[in-house]
Ligand binder design. Structure first.
Ligand SMILES: Nc1ncnc2c1ncn2[C@@H]1O[C@H](COP(=O)(O)OP(=O)(O)OP(=O)(O)O)[C@@H](O)[C@H]1O
Ligand SMILES: [Mg+2]
Length: 266
């Protein structure tokens, strides 16, 4: 069953979050989270371990219910229009969901079949090309490097062309070269019009990729803006007459504090 968005929904931001709250028993993880993500942009959600990034993503992906607040994805309400949300998204978690025994191409064909697409072989070959995996496509995934697996995982999540994609720590555990490969793949997605929400703990990743960056701290978004806007929060430091611009790392620690544990208990 296909869920058609209305015109209003089509013109809404890709993601719209207001007043989101979520507690696990005594632990108040989200205490009123607000943000918006424009269509076709890359939005990075930063935060320390346990800040609640995955919790936000799981709520947006309809895997978890918020206690209060509203969230709309591709114009659909996550609480009352979950089917519309699920048709609009894909979610890639930290651990690749690829089958090691199959080849890269077989993995893609399998998912395309599961989604009842017309020509699974063509879909697979197109994605292999887009993610520079054409040569590796005939090899078992067991022989792939971490970066190749992650690219295959992202490629798999694009089958069926979801307009919104969630990447929860897409480069965790990858070496610098593999991270750059994944970054290129993510940039390509946004250039193709896909909206990307990614979570990361790597500040350079957010600097490289994101059109907008938000920092989640103690249950709220404490800053939200472009990299340039975030850098304006701190005055440039002058060292021996050479002006040194603050890095995103300077901004992050100024906002979050060095001793942050990320825990949100009162
Ligand atoms: N099902 C659950 N039951 C109880 N507590 C949970 C549950 N899921 C998450 N938490 C707690 O909620 C807080 C936020 O977790 P979450 O996974 O959203 O953080 P995160 O920002 O994604 O962290 P990380 O950077 O480590 O992935 C943590 O303190 C975590 O222990
Ligand atoms: Mg997480």
């Amino acid at each position: 069953m296909s869920v058609r968005p209305t015109t209003d929904q089509l013109h809404a931001p890709a993601i719209h979050v207001r007043g989101l709250e979520k507690s696990y028993k005594e632990l108040r993880v989200l205490r009123g989270v607000d943000f918006e993500v424009a269509r076709g942009s890359i939005f990075a959600l930063l935060g320390s371990n346990g800040a609640g990034k995955t919790t936000v993503v799981r709520i947006l992906a309809t895997l978890l219910r918020a206690d209060t607040g509203t969230a709309r994805v591709n114009g659909f309400d996550v609480a009352t229009q979950a089917a519309g949300v699920r048709e609009s998204i894909s979610l890639t978690g930290q651990f690749a969901a690829v089958d090691e025994i199959l080849t890269g191409r077989e993995n893609l064909v399998l998912v395309a079949r599961l989604r009842h697409l017309d020509d699974p072989g063509t879909v697979a070959d197109d994605l292999l090309r887009r993610f520079s995996l054409t040569e590796a496509g005939a090899r078992r995934v067991a022989t792939y490097s971490g970066g190749m697996r992650r690219r295959l995982d992202i490629a798999m999540s694009l089958i069926g062309k979801p307009p919104v994609i969630f990447l929860d720590e897409p480069t965790a555990g990858l070496d610098p070269e593999a991270r750059v490969e994944v970054w290129q793949a993510v940039k390509g997605l946004a250039e193709g019009g896909t909206t990307v929400l990614l979570t990361t703990q790597y500040l350079d990743e957010a600097e490289q990729l994101a059109d907008r960056i938000a920092i989640l701290h103690q249950g709220r978004i404490v800053v939200d803006g472009t990299l340039a806007e975030l850098k304006e929060l701190l005055p440039p430091a002058k060292v021996e007459y050479v002006e040194k611009q603050p890095t995103l790392e300077d901004v992050f620690f100024a906002v979050v504090g060095d001793a942050s544990t990320g825990a949100n208990r009162e």
